[in-house]
Design a protein around this ligand. Sequence first.
Ligand code: AMP
Ligand code: MG
Length: 401
Amino acid sequence: MLSVEEARKRILDATRVLPPEKLRIMDCLGYVLAEDVHAAEHIPPFRNSAMDGYAVVAEDTQSASKDFPIQLSIVESIPAGYAPTECVASGQAARIMTGAMMPNGADAVVMIEETQCEKNQVKVLDSVEKDENVRFAGESVMQGDLVMSRGKQIHPPEISMLASLNLPAVEVHKRPKVAVISTGDELTPLGGPLKPGKIRDSNRYGICAQIQEANCFPIDMGIATDDEVVLERKFRDAVGQADAVVTSGGVSVGDHDSVRAVLARMGEINFWRVAMKPGKPQAYGFIDGVPIFGLPGNPVSSLVVFELFVRPALLKMAGHSDLLRPTFQAILDDDVVNRDGRVNFLRTIITSRNGKFHAQTTGPQGSGILYSLVLANGFIIIPAGATIKAGQTVEAQLLKC
Ligand code: AMP
Ligand code: MG
């Protein structure tokens, strides 16, 4: 059996980053930059005021106070968006609004709250230092600077920055389109009545949602029966349009576990037993160069295996380098014994109390008990054979934030 880390390493080593595409920055949220971004101009582009107030010669104000204000004559008023037309000399001031261009001669701005205006004169009630309340050209970013490197994920501030840099579109890595196939003769689509022996197909919905949560695009391929001919047709259809394929069910050792057989015939496939619970049996491989992730059918196993292996692979395809969710230490609220030789991913409610994280398991942990994941907001990771008592710490991971 492979360890979780070994299995993940094999998958990630074989995972290729998707090629870039040029997207409008309005559509770039969550994407990863595929190019370095340099500044073609200074930001801000010119020296401007950080306050509503008066642009002055700082030295003029050195002795200014409420009791002994100094008086300056106002040469003009400069709103944001307009260039000054006058110079400011000693004894003068220009009324100036936040973001407006600083006039030549002035080297500081007195905020409006520290002044009293009388017609075309202003009394300054406090001194300012040279450069006070002035923003310099290039103070945020200098022309020629490397502002963002390839590999950086685009969040709202990055989109604002791209707009500041006058870039309406950028090169980003494509995000994978992922085909999802549920397999099993027992699966019934939503809506119709359940015949004896049948169940609802829940995994397909959950997997599509996990793909969306990873900022990728699910392609819902519906349900395949356990008939190998039906499954083969679905696979052909899926690899023709997707960057990756995820199946659920049919990878174990049962009589009708046809995913294994069909994958082996159509492509290059590894059948793995991973030393983890839930989710031991898994299939992974390629058909026509498209990666195939065969998840186990049990609903908890399917969601956990996606989380541990498929999600990091999809993130890598989309250009990310930070592929794993962070782990942290949490205090156990109940005793936990792992009698297995496999690492256990227990569904847990993680809370923060008195500045410490606490973890409480969500009751029955069978791999078919989907409700354990509905109650949980994270995992705790219990090493093989470990006994951990209430009050001791465990490694934990948040899934829902
Ligand atoms: P399998 O991996 O095909 O042996 O399935 C293991 C268990 O998961 C069985 O109880 C299946 O009925 C159940 N199962 C398989 N696929 C799904 C699905 N798409 N939704 C819900 N349960 C499923
Ligand atoms: Mg099955």
